[in-house]
Design a protein around this ligand. Sequence first.
Ligand code: GAR
Length: 208
Amino acid sequence: KRRVAILISGRGSNMQALVEAAKTPDFPVEIALVLSNRPDAAGLVWAEGQGITTAIVDHKLFKKDREAFEKAIQVELDKVHVEFVCLAGFMRLLTPWFIDQWYNRLINIHPSLLPSFKGLDTHARALEAGVKLHGCTVHFVRPDMDAGPIIAQKSVPVLDDDDPDSLAERVLAVEHALYPHALAEIVRGLEGDLTIKDERVIGIRPIG
Ligand code: GAR
């Protein structure tokens, strides 16, 4: 199994979905670390309860020195010998230095169908735009925010009576299915048929 670290900032429901998936015998990944930049992240408590190694790297202790913050994260990652890092509701922008350390091994889930609605408040903005399909995207991280090669996407309908909360809930349910699928596909693809050509990911089977 490939060792993976998950970076969170809060609730950690996507982290939970990855941990639960990793419990199934044929899932090709083992969760070696859950790291939070917020000491009070609810997801940390849950991960500890699962017996998973956890770490806190509080960005507030590094003032505005993002690279020092990331070097402290890197120290924690080095300790657990992971091959991939999954961002799961990790709400800090990462510098090119860190992204370079994990090139094509750093994965994020974003709550929209990229390239639409990069950034924050994606559900409110989707409603405002009147789109009829919304969803989530798992992608490799690049220095431009929410702009890396897309690994997998899943859509949900937008309903007439949705508000941002009801839409977020519908998207979150598919996030929890998509992220484990995408991670497993990447790991499986490493065995041979995964390539990134012109910043497009080739060789991922779509989620059923
Ligand atoms: C998820 O919807 C995730 O896609 C989103 O934050 C939520 C975290 O929930 N991520 C971003 O907006 C990244 N910019 P979770 O902590 O329960 O997984």
